[in-house]
Write a protein that binds this ligand. Structure first.
Ligand SMILES: Cc1cc2nc3c(=O)[nH]c(=O)nc-3n(C[C@H](O)[C@H](O)[C@H](O)COP(=O)(O)OP(=O)(O)OC[C@H]3O[C@@H](n4cnc5c(N)ncnc54)[C@H](O)[C@@H]3O)c2cc1C
Length: 410
């Protein structure tokens, strides 16, 4: 019986490692770049568990013009707005403008029976789902002109589908375990990954893929590492680590007005907590502060969710708002923030590395949802045109912060 000879695929192959919001937005903007064509380029996204299974699916989704870094924020905030207009983001991923306030409260007061109206401390009239009697002061952080929100999971999944519609983007489920460099150690050539058992699109039998029983090697012309808190697992010299944070979502007992609340709440003598409470269209998202250092686990499936951290959020949310107390808890979850461990920058690191054909877009800290479209746009420009055109991100150049390459002995 004749056997089919694998057809050589001569298209430029871009491999993106990690299908969080950064990897997905990078794929999306490559496919929208004028120099991209499905006949000349193809993209493989390799994701170890599921797209948006890390922080990109569990974040708050606040967008703000006052976020950091200043080099990227205006571009990204504008792109979020444009995407929402283009694709009906209001319905698809709950995009909307909202107001942000900071609130200081004293939850130890709750035993006192005090019935104050919101006006007593001058709270906005429509912020009527926060108990005024335990609030001591508030201030407006920003209005609808400079703050918006998305549902991060819905946004990431939507952008992935839009990226894939050109027919040249494959999603492979598998964990990348190694980057292979050329013999001189100057250029990256391929990735080694362990398939997750199933893949949304299996790797085609082209000359760029080889495999043994457990692992596959996939050659790429350009390789982009977008694995957030997992970056140093693949690039040990890259100064990005993970900080775990817990969050919950609650369907409130009645619809509430669109506010993001940054709180500082006294819960006992000398003890304060600072949950962030974001009202979404149909639920309220509440996240706590980062935990003390807990090592980033193997995959997003192995992230440990501490019940007591979630219950603390449930308890205090219920004191802050009767609409939350009477609501239905829909999620108790945890995820890792990708943090840059360099005093001179709060990140992210975006662009080429010292190794030819190897790029990173990582370390987006607490503003990765905000900065994902901007990151994707400039990554696409760097990959297809050789430099970022839409924003001056030279201060985020990864080469300033670490030297990449094979490990000694490799
Ligand atoms: C509690 C919390 C609230 C937040 N709220 C906001 C907010 O309101 N606004 C905002 O702008 N930002 C917010 N952020 C920050 C934002 O969520 C992150 O900056 C952003 O999600 C990072 O995206 P990423 O794609 O780099 O990483 P991730 O979302 O972590 O994605 C990385 C992906 O890589 C995959 N991966 C890892 N290792 C491998 C491997 N070896 N092979 C293949 N795949 C791999 C993972 O499975 C994962 O899917 C918040 C973060 C947290 C923790």
């Amino acid at each position: 019986m004749p056997t089919a000879t694998p057809v050589e695929d001569s298209r430029t192959h871009i491999i993106i490692v990690g299908a969080g919001i950064i990897g997905v937005c990078t794929a999306y903007y490559i496919t929208r770049h004028p120099d991209f064509s499905p006949t000349t380029h193809r993209i493989t996204i390799i994701e170890s568990t599921r797209p948006a299974s890390g922080a990109s699916g569990k974040a708050g989704g606040l967008l703000a013009l006052w976020a950091f870094p200043a080099q990227l924020v205006p571009l990204s905030f504008k792109l979020h707005e444009e995407l929402a207009e283009q694709y009906n983001g209001a319905d698809e991923w709950a995009y909307r403008r909202l107001q942000t306030v900071s609130l200081e409260g004293n939850l130890t007061k709750t035993s006192r029976v005090a019935k104050k109206k919101p006006a007593d401390i001058g709270l906005p009239e429509d912020l009527d789902w926060v108990r005024p009697d335990i609030m001591e002061s508030w201030s407006s952080l920003s209005g609808k002109d400079s703050t918006a929100q998305v549902h991060p999971y819905k946004f990431t999944m939507f952008m992935l589908r839009r990226a894939q519609e050109c027919g040249a983007v494959s999603l492979v489920l598998g964990k990348v375990t190694k980057l292979n460099f050329n013999s001189k150690g100057t250029a990256v050539e391929s990735v080694v990954y362990t398939p997750a058992g199933s893949s949304a699109d299996s790797v085609s039998s082209s000359s760029t893929a080889s495999s043994d029983n457990q692992t596959h090697t996939l050659k790429g012309d350009k390789i982009v590492v977008t694995v957030g808190p997992w970056t140093s697992r693949l690039l040990p010299t890259c100064p990005v680590s993970g900080l775990r944070a817990h969050s919950i979502t609650i369907t409130p007992s009645r619809p509430v007005s669109a506010y993001a609340l940054f709180t500082e709440l006294k819960v006992a003598k000398g003890k304060y907590i600072s949950p962030e409470i974001y009202a979404r269209k149909d639920e309220i998202y509440i996240c706590g502060e980062g935990d003390n250092y807990v090592e980033v686990p193997e995959t997003t499936d192995d992230v440990e969710v501490l019940k007591e951290r979630c219950e603390e959020l449930v308890k205090y949310a219920g004191i802050v708002s009767k609409e939350l107390q009477g609501g239905r808890i829909t999620r108790r979850q945890a995820c890792y923030l990708p943090v840059v461990d360099v005093p001179s920058t709060s990140g992210p690191l975006i662009g080429p590395t010292n190794s030819q054909n190897l790029f990173v877009a990582t370390g987006h800290s607490c503003w990765g949802i905000n900065n994902a479209p901007g990151t994707g746009k400039v990554m696409a420009e760097m990959l297809l045109e050789g430099e970022a055109k839409s924003a001056d991100i030279s201060s985020l150049d990864p080469r300033r912060y670490f030297v990449s390459g094979p490990l000694p002995g490799e």
